[in-house]
Design a protein around this ligand. Sequence first.
Ligand SMILES: [Zn+2]
Length: 329
Amino acid sequence: MLGRFAYATKCIRSRCGHRPLDMHTAYITHPSFLLHDMGDAHPESPARVRAIDDRLHAAQLYDFLSHHLAPQATPNQLLRVHEASYVEAIERAAPAEGLFGLDPDTHMNSHTLVTARHAAGGAVHAVDLVMAGEAANAFVACRPPGHHATRNRAMGFCIFNNVAVAAAHALDAHALERVAIVDFDVHHGNGTEDIFRDDPRVMLGSVFQHPFYPFSGADTANAHMVNVPLPAGTDGAAYREAFGTRILPRLDAFAPQMLFCSAGFDGHREDDMAQFGLVEADYVWITEQIMAVAARHAGGRIVSVLEGGYALSALGRSATLHIRTLSGL
Ligand SMILES: [Zn+2]
């Protein structure tokens, strides 16, 4: 698999020369995403990014994307959203061999520190590509995921909050005034809320199973933190109703200049990590709604960052259709 990534170092336009590059969806990944490994029994495994990659090939979509390698996030990019003492603690915790546990679910191997820097850096690179007009939108197929990571705590498989690092980059490096993060992972984006709770430049819209891990998000007071807790058993129809009535109007009122997705696919009915009943068509619908908001307010600018999704076939199918929808193909 490493060989498959090896040639994907620059934008590739092998199959669709009729589409200008700035109309492409950028697909951002890195070989290190296969190296962070928390053990054979852990659901957040390297096989997840392989599943997406394989399905993109099987769907003959891979060659229609522009491919980019994720650089490592710089210290300054991480420090926009994480406390310096936390970043230093993660650096100190990195083991030379074996596993080091950051919480009961989240472990580091000898590659994890570098992998996590590439994950956050890939999301930053996606912002730069889209803001420069070099891609219409972007999907970052990274791991470890990020949305549970708070300013000063790793948890729930997450170390650096990739989407938060990217959103902060859009605000600080590109001088945007308002960005929105739509978190459709089945779990509440508690880390993202922790980071932006007091920053009115960032709207978070998170739809999640509740009560459920991480047992947060039902009592948020700040208006720009839009949390929609839904019960176990929520199916696509109920999800769309909630998303359409409680997230979309708030996004339109906020009028973000760029949209981010915390793109988790663990609400799929085949994913036993949680108890939602979503199917691929629901992820297409969610993507279309986010694209419509982006078209109305943000010049179409969307950066989508992989979060959860642990049933490998469902993850591959759902993420591929999400990316296909983003690509307009
Ligand atoms: Zn999740």
